[in-house]
Design a protein around this ligand. Structure first.
Ligand code: EPU
Length: 431
């Protein structure tokens, strides 16, 4: 079993280049299914969620060639299947379900096993299915898979109002509608930068998608899409995670490869806590030299405070003077990691969607377990800020979404190592 072993208590100093956005890249990779011609996707993050998307593409029959570490050439001109039936593969990330929209959009039929992803409570997909139906597809479930079929009447444009601005539903509907004849309107869509990045990619392939990032997305279905070369945007959540790390540990770092505008939704909160930020154009300087002060946070769809930044921000608030309240409005079970933080001396209490955090003067190292991706990153930050040694297990969750996390933190002066431990022996339980 591999764990991260951290000796905390050191401020962070230096410069780190942020990798590309996982949540944009996974959607764009699925989007290559729509293109009849090779796509070259640049700046892919080296994380396991990307490996899963590429493996699904390979099994569908796409020709895949890595041109270098972060650039892939994907040719979906001829696929041999419209089905993703490997349950383990589909469950290995959340974004496997983008192949429903993409295959439906290209071939008018798809069968894809239900996705996995972080366990954050209920993660319904009713809005995705509602969108597919509005576009003319019949939708059912079979053997743990979503089955969509529009082969009889074909797909057509539709007017779709989302009940909530779901990132996944917006992406899946955009993928299905990009080649559907007529006009599709998506009202109340998600506005996250990932949505804009996918629209930009599809438009570079010849699609006609306007309004991504606003309250209405307008899609004029293209008869066909061609290949293109496209570079994925930087990851705002990774940038925010490093901001939280500096906030918790103190020090001064420069984050390069960022789009500062994307960071406003949480950078302002860190500034309220006493962290200093300087916009350097395509980089941001983050400095924390004075004690942290409390604040309240409510997670919201973009441009509100991102739910993915909630766990790292909570760790920072654990070290801020005073009592803070965090209201998680996006997912109904995203506070499970608080029990792990308590092992480190945090004074935190969850009550439904609210967490109450009483700041403490310091955290102490402990063995802790990551239960999902961002919670895992938060525990690493807690370990970096704590006195003594912290062992973080469950790191596969973290490596789904953070590229070279350990190496990047080491370059900032953190004492963190990836250590192989022998598998624990099975416990004998006597009745
Ligand atoms: N929802 C529904 N019905 C739907 C779709 C969503 O009720 O059909 C609800 C969900 O249950 C949830 C809320 O709407 O309560 C928001 O869900 P959304 O669809 O926006 O989230 P997602 O697409 O499942 C993506 C990211 C998450 C990120 C959320 C919110 C990917 C692959 N995942 O998930 O990223 O937290 O948007 O921004 O893009 C992460 O990167 O760690 C991560 C969890």
């Amino acid at each position: 079993m591999t764990k991260y072993v951290i000796r905390g208590g050191k401020p962070l100093h230096g410069q780190v280049a942020v990798s590309s956005a996982k949540n944009a890249a996974v959607a764009i990779l699925a989007g290559t299914v729509l293109a009849e011609g090779p796509c070259v996707i640049e700046n892919l993050p080296k994380i396991s969620d990307i490996t899963v998307q590429l493996e699904i593409l390979r099994r569908l029959g796409a020709k895949i060639e890595m041109l270098d570490d972060t650039t892939v050439r994907i040719d979906c001109t001829k696929l041999r299947s419209t089905k993703v039936l490997d349950d383990d593969l589909a469950r290995a990330n959340r974004a496997s379900y983008y192949f429903i929209g993409a295959l439906l959009g290209r071939y008018h039929t798809a069968q894809v096993c239900m996705p996995g992803g972080c366990n954050l409570g209920v993660r319904a997909i009713d809005q995705h299915l509602k969108g597919f139906e509005a576009l003319g597809a019949a939708v059912s479930t079979k053997a743990g898979c979503v089955v969509t079929d529009a082969r009889t009447g074909g797909l057509h444009g539709a007017h779709i109002y989302l009940d909530m601005p779901s990132v996944g539903a917006t992406i899946n509907i955009m993928l299905a509608a990009a080649r559907a004849p007529g006009q599709t309107l998506i009202e109340n869509p998600a506005k996250e930068p990932y949505i804009v990045d996918l629209a930009n990619f599809l438009n570079t392939c010849g699609a006609d998608i306007r309004g991504a990032g606003t309250d209405v997305i307008k899609i004029r279905g293209a008869r066909t899409l061609h290949g293109c070369t496209y570079s994925v945007i930087p990851d705002m959540i990774e940038a925010g995670t490093f901001m939280a790390a500096v906030a918790a540990c103190g020090g001064e770092i420069t984050l390069t490869n960022v789009i500062p505008k994307h960071l406003d939704c949480f950078a302002t909160k860190f500034m309220e806590m006493g962290v200093e930020m300087e916009d350097l154009g395509d980089a941001v300087l983050v400095r924390r030299i004075r004690p942290l002060t409390r604040t309240n946070i409510k997670t919201m769809p973009y441009p509100g405070f991102q739910t993915d930044m909630q766990p790292p921000a909570v760790v920072t608030l654990c070290l801020a003077a005073g009592t803070s309240i965090v209201n998680e409005t996006i997912f109904n079970s995203r506070f499970r990691y608080l029990d792990e933080l308590k092992r480190m001396g945090a004074r935190v209490q969850a009550d439904g969607q609210l967490a109450i955090i009483e700041g403490v003067s310091g955290l102490t190292g402990a063995p802790v377990q990551a239960c999902d991706l961002r919670a895992g990153a938060a525990l690493v930050i807690a370990g970096l800020a704590a006195s003594g040694e912290t062992e973080v297990s469950g790191i596969a969750h973290i490596e789904r979404g953070y590229e070279n996390f350990v190496e990047k933190l080491q370059s900032l002066g953190a004492d963190i190592r990836r250590v192989e431990f022998p598998e624990p022996e099975e416990l004998e339980v006597n009745a």
